[in-house]
Design a protein around this ligand. Structure first.
Ligand code: ADP
Ligand code: MG
Length: 472
């Protein structure tokens, strides 16, 4: 993916090349095209992931592509200069910014302003200024008198200027709330509401926050229209409120019996079971229904109406076990989901983080269980390397895997794992064993159908759909 392929204006690309940026970060990849289309955005993504460019590049692109000219045929800046040179009585004309970025702190505002200067260095008409608490008023009046296109402001000081008529938001096209969660933590909610209320309904709104849960999520929904929600889980996200476990299984029958057993856990309220394929989602949901669970499938082959009905039933608690594929379940936010099961491991380690994030919502605790064949232990290691956390192995009495591994796992570190990283003790002593990577498969074709008592799904080789794990 390149910046060119995101459709950005040539002057923006030139500035990025000079800044030494070679390719967009993931949040930029997702946010920029949507923002160029004019969509509102709700974005959560970790610090340092490049959020400033994610909102500033599309804005600069827009301003570079369609210069706004006022009724006199001149840009507001030219008009102001012209009136000055005509010797008109100097009178302060309220600044009419096209874009406003709200930030919680002065430091961040200055950072955003200088990033804007960098990204907009090949656009002569675009000026960005910071309006900050602590800056002398005369200096700010000078800046505002230049009628900058882009204002970057902390909420308190901005309100002062709005109330004294120095800023008029009637021409505002884009509103950005950067680090919205921190602004709320700092008690800016009323100021933000007031500022938002002073901007046109027609604006494009982009909100960035470490989390989109709780209060900040509610505010985000109030001030955006049909937003595109982008959540990029950082590999550093610890998910400390989610208890992660691996259960090794010998074959499909073992996996199915164990899943049944774990779904009967009395601490389970609602669960999502992830499968690799749509067909498996359907088959497993059918089997679970026959076994007496209120289960339903959710995947991309279902019509939108059916998907919405399933999600509604899940929210109302009528569906207790949702059997879903990655794409369909992305972003599901149902607080009563206490358990996530990886019936199949995800194709990519990032998806593991998205999956387990379906539980432990809104500060609650959650459990995330991966049912893993011995031959897949390398894939577990890749996940551990990505999350920088070891996933403890658990064993349920009566459901022990027959195969015990030769390489003891205690004392081993996943690549990149450092002492001090979150690591819980094994819940059963016998469980901390691990098969050697590359050990011959014992659970391949035939295993699923062979052992009785399990689901009679169409699986032949449990990991046949996952050969590309980690291929990116
Ligand atoms: P965030 O707001 O997500 O914390 P920033 O927008 O402040 O992140 O960016 C973090 C750093 O990454 C900055 O130094 C910025 O210049 C740099 N950066 C952003 N996007 C890219 C990119 N596509 N390529 C290289 N560096 C980038
Ligand atoms: Mg930032």
């Amino acid at each position: 993916m390149t910046f060119e392929s995101l459709g950005l204006h040539a002057s923006v690309i030139q500035a990025l090349t000079e800044a030494g940026y070679t390719k967009p970060t993931s949040v930029q990849e997702q946010a920029v095209p949507a923002a160029i289309e004019g969509r509102d955005l709700m974005v959560s993504s970790q610090t340092g992931s490049g959020k400033t460019a994610a909102f500033m590049l599309p804005a600069l692109h827009k301003f570079a592509s369609e210069p706004v000219v006022d009724q006199t045929g001149k840009t507001p800046n030219q008009e102001m200069q012209a009136s000055r040179s005509r010797g008109d009585r100097p009178r302060f004309k309220a600044a009419q910014p096209k874009m406003l970025v709200l930030t919680p702190t002065r430091e961040l505002a200055l950072q955003v302003t200088s990033a804007t200067d960098k990204y907009g260095s090949h656009m002569k008409r675009i000026k960005a200024i910071s309006i900050l608490g602590g800056m002398p008023y005369p200096k700010q009046m000078q800046l505002l008198a230049k009628n900058p296109e882009i204002l970057v402001a902390t909420p308190g000081r901005l309100i002062d200027h709005m109330e004294s008529g120095k800023i008029d938001f009637s021409q505002l096209q884009i509103l950005v709330l950067d680090e919205a969660d921190r602004m709320l933590d700092m008690g800016f909610i009323d100021d933000i509401e007031k500022i938002v209320a002073a901007t046109p309904e027609s604006r494009q709104t982009m909100l960035f926050s470490a989390t989109l849960d709780g209060v900040v999520g509610n505010m985000a929904k109030r001030i955006t229209k049909n937003p595109m929600i982008i959540q990029i889980a950082g590999s550093a996200t610890k998910h400390e409120n989610i208890q992660q476990k691996v259960h090794f299984v010998d074959d499909l029958s073992h996996k199915n019996r164990l899943l049944d057993h774990l779904l009967r856990d009395e601490t389970m309220d609602q669960a999502v079971v992830f499968t690799a394929t749509k067909r498996d989602a359907d088959n497993i949901a059918d089997r679970l229904n026959i076994a007496g669970f209120a289960a339903a499938a959710l995947h991309g082959d279902m019509h939108q109406g059916a998907r919405n009905r399933t999600l509604d039933s899940l929210r109302r608690g009528q569906v207790r076990v949702l059997v879903a594929t990655d794409v369909a379940a992305r972003g599901i936010d149902v607080p009563a989901i206490t358990h996530v099961f990886n019936y199949d491991l995800p194709k990519f380690p990032e998806d593991y983080v998205h999956r387990i994030g379906r539980t432990g919502r809104a500060g609650r605790n959650g459990v995330a269980v991966s049912l893993v064949n011995h031959a897949e232990s390398m894939n577990v290691k890749r996940i551990e390397r990505f999350t920088k956390q070891l996933i403890p192995v658990d064993v349920v009495v009566g459901f022990e895997p027959k195969k015990t591994a030769s390489a003891p796992r205690s004392g081993q570190k996943p690549g990149g794992w450092k002492p001090g990283d979150n690591r819980s003790a094994p819940s059963k002593p016998g469980g901390r064993t691990f098969s050697k990577p590359g050990a011959p498969r014992r659970d391949g074709a035939g295993a699923g159908g062979g052992a009785g008592g399990g689901y009679k799904g169409n699986r032949t080789n449990d990991s046949s759909t996952r050969r590309s794990f980690g291929d990116r």
